[in-house]
Design a protein around this ligand. Structure first.
Ligand code: ARG
Ligand code: ZN
Length: 852
C-alpha cells in the first residue's frame, strides 16, 4: 500500500507520557509500557497503537484487564472518555532480530534503532513523529553481562538486585517522538570529558565502546567537543541535558542515529587510529559525529510532522555538517568532495526510476527514502537559500525557525516560511525545489562585441521529466558567475550572482575588453548540470586562471569529461589538452596538495557513463585507461616529483599532511598506470613502510588493480595483519570489489564464499556487494553474471535485513541507460527478485518501481 503526503491527518490520540520497563535478556526481553493517552479533538475513533511482530501478553486500561482487537500488527482499543492509562506487556527476542530495527543484539550488546518505524517492534505505540511523549525508562539486566545500562535523557537512579541482576532508571525531560527512543545494555567503557556550554551548563560526555576499542575514541570525542562549540558560535544552539552519550555498535543499518542524549553509531564512524583508519575515515567520523550532534536542534528540538518532511531535518543537518567540516579544513576541497558525492549518488537517482523530490508525495516503505536526494540534494536546497539570503538573513531565518517551532513537529513549509519572513525574501517560486524531481539542465553561451566592450550571456534552463512528473516549470537557480580574459587571464569585473528563474534569460556585461571566458556555477552555487560551448583550450586556460578553486577544478573536470566522451565516440582520444592542464596544475607551487590531488583525478567511469545516451562500460573503461596511461607516461617525472615531495615526519592528522598523503597516492596511481617497471615495487614499499592506513590502503588499491606478484603478497599480508579487525577487513573486501582487473567479477563471486564474508553484518555486505554494484565494468559484464550475482545476494539478504538489501538494489534499476542486451538481462533479474516468495515491502517497492 502506498502512503500519500496529501492524506496527512493529525493524530487521533496523544501520548503526553510513557513509562517503559525492560527486563533485558538476549533471548527473551519483557517490555512493559504504560502510556497516558488523551483524545485529540472531538471524534469517536478508537485508539490504534502500531505494532510490528508483537504479541500482547496483557493489556490493561486504567488498571483493569480488557479485551483487545488486532488489526494486522496493530493493537486497537475502543475507549470512552478522553484520558486513560494503558499498559501493555510484550516479549521480544533481540538475539534473533536480524533486521537490526527495534531492540537487537550486536557483539554482546543489546541496543536499539527506531528511526523511522522501529519503535513499533519494541512496544505498541502511535509510532509517528508528531506524537511527542515524555519518556521514563527502567531497565533490569544481568549485571555481569550488562554492567552498563544507558537510555535517553538523564540518569535518575540505579541499584543492585539480589539475583545478580541490577537496574537503572533514566528520564528524558524533553518530549520526543518514538523514533528518538534508545537504550543500550552491555559491557562498555567510556572515554569521558566535560563540556561547559556558553551559558555555563556542565555536560558529561561519554563515548562508549568495548574496552579494547577505548584507544580509538579520542578523535570522535574531540570532534564532539568541536561540534558543540561550533553550533553555539555559528547557529547560537546550545546543548540542553546534563549528559551526552555516544555508543559504537558493529551491526548497524546506516551511519548513526541521533537519539536524544544517546546517539548510537556504526562503529566505523567512531573508531580510529592511524594504523586502522584512513584520513577519509577520520573526516567521516568528524562529519557524522557533528551531524548527529547537530540533530539535537535540527531534528530533536524541532522534529518532523510526518516522514514526507524528512529532508526538513536531514537536508538541513547535512548542510550544517558540511559547513562544519568546511570550517575545520579546506573549504574548497570539502566542496569538491561533496559535489563529487552528489554527482556519484544523487544525479543518477534523479535521472532514474527512483527519482523523487526532496519532499516526496508518496512512499510504500519510508526506509527507502533515506536517499541522496533527501539528504544531499536537500542540503543543496538549504545552501541555495543561504546564498540567496546572505549569511545574516539566513541566520535570522534559522533563529526564527528554531524559536518558533521548538518543541513541535514541523514541516518543510515551516522552514521556508521562516526564511521568507526573517530574510524578507520572496521564496514562492523557489519552493519548486521541494516539489519537482530531476536535475535541472542549464545551457550557457556567451558572445562578445570587441567594439562596444559588451558581452551577452544567454542562459536557458530545463528540468527533465521524472516518474509521475512529465512537465516541469522553471526553477530558481542562483548562479555565481565571473568572466576572465582569454588573453590575460585577468578577471573582467567582479563575481556576480545571477538568479535564473525563467526558462531563458540574457545577462549583459559591460567593459569587457578582451574575449571573455565564462566561469559559471562557481562554488557549485546551484545543483544543476551546466552545458557550455567552451572549447578544450578555453577550459584548460580557465583551469589555470580561475580564482575560484571549485571553478578551477570544474574546468579541469569538464575538459577531462569532454575528452573521454569524445574518445569513447571515436575510439581514439586526443589527450594533449588534458595532459597540458594536468601538468600545469601539478607543478603549480601555489596550490595545496589536497586540491591538486582532487583536480588531477579523472572523472569516474560511471560519471562518464552518465553523459552518454547509451552507456558502453567497456569502451569507457578503455578510453579512461588509455588516458590514465598517457598521463602516467607523459608526466612521469612530474608524478615522481610529486610523489617524493611529501613532507617527512611521523603521522599527523593535519590538513597539510592529509594533502600530502592524498597527492602521494594519486601520483602512485598514475606512475603505475603509465606502466613504469618499478611501479609495483614502489607501491609495495609504500605498503610496507606505511605508518598509517591512508598510505597502506592507497598502495593496496594500486596493487590490487595490477598484475604484479606483489599484489597477492600485499593482499595476504593485509588480511593476516587485520584478520581480527572487522572494519579493516571491510576495506580488504571493498578494495577487491572495486578492482579494475579483468577478473574482478570472478574474484567477487569467490569472495562471497570467503569464510569472513557474511550478509548478516551490513558493513560487510556493503563492502562487497555494495562496492561491486558501483564497479561499472565488472558489474555490467556482458555475460549478465554480475547482475545475477547482485540479485542472488539481494534475495538472500532480504530474508535477513530488508532495509539494507533494498538500499543495494538501484544499480540493477538503471537498465534504461544500457544497450538492449544488458537491459534485458537486468530486467530479468528484477523480475526474478519480484517473483521471490516472501519478498519484503522494501524490496518490492524498489524492484517494482525500477521496472516501470
Ligand atoms: N537519522 C539518521 C541520520 O541521518 C539516519 C536514520 C536512517 N534511518 C533509516 N531508516 N534508514 O543521522
Ligand atoms: Zn541525519
Amino acid at each position: 500500500t502506498t502512503i500519500h503526503r496529501a492524506d496527512y491527518r493529525p493524530p487521533d490520540w496523544l501520548v503526553p507520557e510513557i513509562a517503559l520497563e525492560f527486563d533485558l535478556a538476549p533471548a527473551a526481553t519483557r517490555v512493559r509500557a504504560t502510556l497516558s493517552v488523551t483524545r485529540n479533538g472531538a471524534h469517536d475513533r478508537p485508539l490504534r497503537l502500531d505494532g510490528d511482530a508483537l504479541t500482547p501478553l496483557s493489556v490493561t486500561v486504567d488498571g483493569a484487564p480488557v479485551s483487545w482487537e488486532m488489526d494486522g500488527g496493530d493493537l486497537v482499543l475502543a475507549l470512552g472518555g478522553d484520558a486513560h492509562s494503558i499498559t501493555t506487556e510484550v516479549e521480544l527476542s533481540p538475539e534473533t532480530n536480524t533486521q537490526l530495527m527495534g531492540l537487537y543484539a550486536s557483539g554482546g550488546l543489546l541496543c536499539t534503532q527506531c528511526e523511522a518505524e522501529g519503535f513499533r517492534r519494541i512496544t505498541f505505540f502511535p509510532d509517528r513523529p508528531d506524537v511527542l511523549a515524555r519518556y521514563s525508562v527502567r531497565m533490569t539486566a544481568d549485571k555481569a553481562r550488562f554492567p552498563i545500562l544507558l537510555a535517553n535523557g538523564d540518569p535518575v537512579g540505579s541499584g543492585n538486585l539480589d539475583d545478580g541482576r541490577h537496574w537503572a532508571e533514566w528520564n528524558d525531560p524533553f518530549p520526543k517522538p518514538s523514533y528518538l527512543f534508545a537504550l543500550v545494555a552491555g559491557d562498555l567503557v567510556a572515554n569521558r570529558s566535560t563540556f561547559v556550554t556558553r551559558s555555563g551548563r556542565e555536560v558529561q560526555l561519554g563515548i562508549w565502546v568495548r574496552a579494547a576499542d577505548l584507544p580509538k575514541t579520542d578523535h570522535a570525542l574531540q570532534a564532539l567537543e568541536t561540534s558543540m562549540r561550533w553550533d553555539e558560535q555559528v547557529y547560537g544552539r546550545e546543548y540542553d541535558l546534563d549528559v551526552f552519550n555516544i555508543v559504537a555498535v558493529d551491526d548497524f543499518n546506516f551511519g548513526a542515529m541521533e537519539n536524544k542524549g544517546l546517539n548510537i553509531f556504526n562503529s566505523r564512524y567512531i573508531l580510529a587510529d592511524p594504523d586502522t583508519a584512513t584520513d577519509y575515515d577520520y573526516d567521516g567520523i568528524a562529519a557524522v559525529v557533528a551531524h548527529e550532534y547537530f540533530h539535537n536542534w535540527s531534528g530533536n528540538r524541532v522534529t518532523c510532522r510526518d516522514w514526507f518532511q524528512l529532508s526538513l531535518k536531514e537536508g538541513f543537518t547535512v548542510y550544517r555538517d558540511q559547513s562544519f567540516s568546511a570550517d575545520q579544513g579546506s573549504p574548497a576541497v570539502k566542496r569538491i568532495e561533496d559535489v563529487r558525492g552528489l554527482r556519484a549518488a544523487q544525479f543518477p537517482e534523479d535521472a532514474g526510476p527512483l527519482a523523487h523530490p526532496i519532499r516526496p508525495d508518496s512512499y510504500m516503505e519510508i526506509s527507502n527514502f533515506y536517499t541522496a536526494t533527501i539528504y544531499n540534494k536537500g542540503a543543496e536546497v538549504i545552501r541555495m537559500m543561504a546564498t540567496l539570503l546572505g549569511a545574516q538573513k539566513f541566520r535570522a531565518g534559522t533563529d526564527l525557525y528554531f524559536d518558533r517551532f521548538d518543541g513541535t513537529a514541523a514541516t518543510c513549509e515551516d522552514f521556508v516560511a521562516s526564511m521568507e519572513e526573517a530574510g524578507d525574501t520572496d521564496l514562492s517560486q523557489f519552493r519548486r525545489w521541494y516539489s519537482q524531481a530531476g536535475t535541472p539542465r542549464v545551457t550557457a553561451s556567451i558572445s562578445h562585441e570587441q567594439g562596444s566592450g559588451r558581452a551577452l550571456l544567454t542562459l536557458a534552463q530545463a528540468v527533465p521529466p521524472t516518474p509521475g512528473q512529465p512537465d516541469k516549470a522553471p526553477m530558481v537557480l542562483p548562479l555565481k558567475l565571473r568572466l576572465f580574459g582569454s588573453e590575460t587571464g585577468a578577471p573582467l569585473g567582479p563575481e556576480r550572482l545571477v538568479v535564473l528563474s525563467d526558462a531563458r534569460a540574457e545577462v549583459v556585461f559591460e567593459g569587457v575588453s578582451e574575449r571573455p571566458l565564462l566561469s559559471i556555477n562557481r562554488g557549485f552555487s546551484a545543483p544543476v548540470i551546466v552545458e557550455t560551448d567552451r572549447s578544450a583550450a578555453d577550459l584548460a586556460f580557465l583551469s589555470a586562471h580561475d580564482d575560484d578553486p571549485f571553478a578551477r577544478y570544474e574546468a579541469m573536470q569538464q575538459l577531462m569529461l569532454d575528452t573521454l566522451v569524445a574518445a569513447v565516440a571515436t575510439g581514439r582520444g586526443d589527450h594533449a589538452a588534458v595532459i597540458a592542464a594536468v601538468k600545469n596544475t601539478l607543478t603549480d607551487a601555489k596550490l595545496d596538495h589536497a586540491f591538486i590531488a582532487e583536480a588531477v583525478l579523472l572523472p569516474s567511469e560511471s560519471f562518464v557513463g552518465d553523459q552518454m545516451g547509451v552507456v558502453d562500460p567497456d569502451a569507457i573503461f578503455r578510453a579512461r585507461e588509455a588516458l590514465r596511461r598517457d598521463l602516467g607516461q607523459r608526466l612521469e617525472s612530474e608524478w615522481r616529483a610529486a610523489y617524493d615531495a611529501t613532507r617527512a615526519g611521523a603521522f599527523a592528522y593535519t590538513p597539510a599532511a592529509k594533502g600530502d598523503r592524498r597527492l602521494k597516492t594519486v601520483a602512485l596511481g598514475y606512475i603505475a598506470a603509465g606502466g613504469a617497471s618499478d611501479a609495483a615495487h614502489l607501491a609495495f614499499r609504500q605498503f610496507e613502510a606505511a605508518d598509517n592506513m591512508t598510505d597502506r590502503q592507497g598502495a593496496l588499491v594500486t596493487l590490487t588493480s595490477g598484475t604484479s606478484d606483489e599484489r597477492v603478497a600485499a593482499l595476504d599480508i593485509f588480511y593476516n595483519r587485520y584478520a581480527d579487525n572487522p572494519l579493516v577487513l571491510d576495506k580488504w573486501f571493498q578494495v577487491q570489489a572495486l578492482s579494475s582487473r579483468d577478473d574482478a567479477l570472478a574474484a567477487v563471486e569467490e569472495l562471497a564464499r570467503h569464510k569472513d564474508f557474511t550478509l548478516a553484518n551490513p558493513n560487510r555486505a556493503r563492502a562487497l556487494v555494495g562496492a561491486f554494484g558501483v564497479n561499472q565494468r565488472a558489474f555490467h559484464d556482458l555475460s549478465g553474471r554480475g547482475y545475477r550475482f547482485l540479485a542472488d545476494q539481494l534475495i538472500a539478504l532480504d530474508k535477513l535485513n530488508p532495509q539494507t538489501a533494498a538500499k543495494l538494489l538501484p544499480p540493477l534499476g538503471r537498465w534504461k541507460r544500457f544497450d538492449v542486451a544488458r537491459a534485458a538481462l537486468m530486467k530479468a533479474e528484477l523480475h526474478r527478485i519480484l517473483a521471490t516468495p516472501g519478498l519484503s515491502k522494501d524490496m518490492f517497492e524498489q524492484a517494482s518501481k525500477s521496472l516501470d
